[in-house]
Design a binder for this molecule. Structure first.
Ligand SMILES: Cc1cc2nc3c(=O)[nH]c(=O)nc-3n(C[C@H](O)[C@H](O)[C@H](O)COP(=O)(O)O)c2cc1C
Length: 180
């Protein structure tokens, strides 16, 4: 599948078949994550792969996202900002950590899509609870929870993304206020 197809087919999915994903595929997803560009060349994020059913259920409850525990595994993306702080000022450091994690997560979502797998990016508003559940040290921040698996309800992904009028958001050469 080419990159554009993987991008186009990717849709947020919350319900998954009770079917394992090959370990080789899981590793390929992580391998694709770490191939994303990084601010300052600093790769400060790490991953926790969760397969335990009780833990997945707890994550689903804490994140207020029902059904995602049906995924055979979840990838939790965490960042140690102190590595970035050593090089950048505090504000840039925070921004770069978010940007780096976002790129890594998007690579995972797209790679999953290329394997015909469904996925979702679940934000972590409940930092303390997730960190406690997964024994994540204080200095880390959880940047995303990504349930991944084979799609249970194809109708869910047939949902059509809203059509975007590119002429309203693409400016040629300079900002064109008539686009608004
Ligand atoms: C940074 C970020 C955080 C998100 N957090 C959540 C979330 O907490 N819960 C959720 O159900 N979906 C979450 N999503 C998924 C979005 O709701 C979803 O991408 C959006 O509705 C567009 O649908 P699509 O991914 O199928 O195109 C998040 C997406 C992003 C990029």
């Amino acid at each position: 599948m080419d990159v554009y197809d993987a991008i186009t087919k990717r849709k947020t999915v919350y319900s998954f078949l009770d079917k394992e994903v090959d370990e080789e595929v899981v590793l390929k997803l992580i391998d694709s994550a770490v191939k994303s560009p990084t601010a300052g060349g600093i790769r400060e994020y790490e991953f926790i792969i969760v397969t335990n059913q009780d833990t997945k259920k707890a994550i689903s409850n804490i994140s207020l996202t029902p059904h995602i525990d049906s995924a055979p595994f979840m990838v939790i993306v965490i960042c140690d900002k102190s590595k970035m702080d050593a090089v950048f000022d505090e504000e840039d450091s925070e921004t770069f950590c978010v940007e780096n994690a976002a790129l890594a997560i998007e690579n995972i979502l797209l790679m999953a899509s290329s394997y015909g797998l469904g996925s979702a990016w679940i934000a972590t508003l409940q930092q303390d609870e997730i960190k406690k559940l997964l024994d994540i040290p204080e200095k880390y921040k959880v940047r995303g929870i990504i349930p991944i698996g084979y799609i249970k309800d194809e109708a869910e992904i047939k949902r059509v993304s809203p059509k975007v009028d590119l002429s309203r958001i693409v400016h040629i050469e300079k900002f064109n206020k008539n686009n608004a």
